[in-house]
Structures are given as structure tokens and as C-alpha cells.
Design a binder for this molecule. Sequence first.
Ligand code: SF4
Length: 368
Amino acid sequence: MHIEAVKAPRHPAYRNIADAEWNDWRWQMSAGIRDIDKLTNCISVSAQEKEGMRRAGEAYRWSLTPYFLGLIDPFDPTCPIRLQVLPDERELFDPDGLEDPLLEEKHSPVEDMIHLYPNRVALCVSDSCAAYCRHCFRKRRTLRKPRPDSFDRALEYIKGHSEICDVLVTGGDPLMLSDEILHDRLSRLREIKHVKILRIGSRLPATLPMRITPELAGMLAEFHPLYLNTQFNHPREITAEAAGACDILSRAGIQLGNQSVLLKGVNDRRETLMELFQKLLLIRVKPYYIFHPHRQRGTRHFRLSIDRGLELMDSLRGYLPGMAIPTYAVDTPHGKVPILKDRIVSNDDNGTRLRTFDGEIWFEKKED
Ligand code: SF4
């Protein structure tokens, strides 16, 4: 197992780009790949696949950075990075998929703000991402522009609800905003006395690590306690650049967690998850949640059974430290439901029989 984070390879099409440009997140965004012909000049696909990509790309927003393109094996149609970000004809065949699987619209008293749990809200401040995940449970949201006044309206709502003590700033990806706009948004949230905790959800440490500059981290550190949860789904995403981005954030005192999604064909193997979680710990990112795939329309090809998910997660126990194993959860319109394979073999008046990771049965006597 290769645990060491290595520098991301560059696709040959970008070999001549100067490092100063390559390492500039604004250059990466301006050079973003959004055209199927440009993409298929870099990735080997059949004419039929290309046509399917074109149609899926018209139905759901897509693009990726040259940096993330470099992580894709151009000759492997099953490449786990490719599956996550390139449009795929299979997105168009999902009769059981739901437009809004978590009923977020129903839980939005103000547009672009979700109030599901009693004392916290999620605020969508951006509709853009550096790379659009094909498994995204907000595929519908990244198709539409937020209302220009939605942040102001959400702020008024939060001010009027003193029970809200925790705000998750999300999107799209909030770190797609400029430092100045993000500073303005966070300052205005911090001015609300009852908001004690700020959290940011961003995938940019994985898809555009150059966005994490010391200036950005210094600015975010003004708003402690502030937490950042990111999304690495495959160990190949943990490059030296991604490790560097996480290091900058950690040094600014920002505690980092990872929220993966369990995805068929991407990370549904024990060895892949073992490597992913070990590498995350090495870059000081705590594996926090791994979500069962949402029933979002257009994601059928990623879905697997809960039994398979439980079996995979259970197989890690004893082989990884507890802090490397995230909570496996099903996200529902009523909140997250953590799930764990049952290790109780029997339970009666005498005590409880438990199955240990190495297959032994341990008897824990009942206390009087
Ligand atoms: S980065 Fe997040 S919001 Fe953006 S497409 Fe991926 S999962 Fe969706």
C-alpha cells in the first residue's frame, strides 16, 4: 500500500504551463474543462461514450480543473476519478431517482437555507464547484443560480431564531467565493450573538487544492471556532498538493473532517477504504462520515445495498484505529441515521455475547 502522498501528475496537454500559473487557483478555474471535444482530446473514449457524455453533460452541469484531470487515468473507463466527475450516459437512466431526496426544499423556510435540525441550519452561499460530482445530492441546485438576496433573507431568519447556534456554510462550494465576499458573509454571521459555531463544507482541498492559500486560511482563522469538512472519496485524491492544502488549514487552527460518499465502482472495496482512511489520518483529516449514496436522480450507477455498506465498514474494525473509521450514515429527510453492523450475538438475563473483530465470542456478564 502506498501511503505517501505524491504530487499529482499533469496531463500532457498542460506540461508547458508555468508553475506559477498552474499553482494559481484562478488560472485553474479559467482553464476549467467544460467542452466535450476538449475533454475527449485528453481522455480516450469511444464515439458512443462521447455522445452519451454530451447528452448527460447537457442534462447536468459539469466541468473540472486541469489539476483534477491529471488524476484521471485517460485510458481506463473504470478510473474512480473519472467516474466521479465526467458526465456519463448512465445519469440519464434512473427511474427510481428523486429530484430532492432529502426534501431540502420542504425544509427551506428561506430559499437556499435548510433548517432541518432544531438548533442548526445549512446555508448555500454558492452554486458553483471546481468539479461537479456526478454523485452530488444537490445536482438540482447546481443547475440554478441562487437568488441575489437569499443570503440577506437567510440572515434575517437566523437573527429571528435564537435557538440556531451552529451554521454550516455550504453550496455548491463556498470556497469558490473570493476571500472578500467570503469574509463579508462570515463576518455578518459572526455578528449574530447566538451563532456560536461556524462550519464550512468544501471539496476544494480535493479538487482545487491551490485555492487553499495562507491568506484564505488566515482570514478563516478570524472566525474561530470554525470547522471545515471536506470530501475525499478515493486515496488517489490525496496528493502532495491536497496534503499541503490541509496542512495550511490545520496550521491555522481549523479542525478538518472528511465526509466521503460510498460509491459503487469508486470506493466500494475494503482495500480502497483502508487506504483512504489511513491517508486521511496522515494528512490530519479525521474521517468523520461516510454516507450511503443518496437516491438523487441521475446517480443510480453509484448505488449499492446497505448490506454491502455494512459489510465493508465492519471489515475495517480491528484493522484500523477507531479514529480512522468514520460513521456510516444514511442521510434522510429526517436527518442522518448512523448505522453499524450488529455485533451482539445474544442478550439475556445473564449477560451479552459479543462478536469481536477476529471472530471470537466474548461474554460480558450482566451487572446486578
Ligand atoms: S463539490 Fe459538493 S456541491 Fe459540488 S458537485 Fe461535488 S458534492 Fe456537489
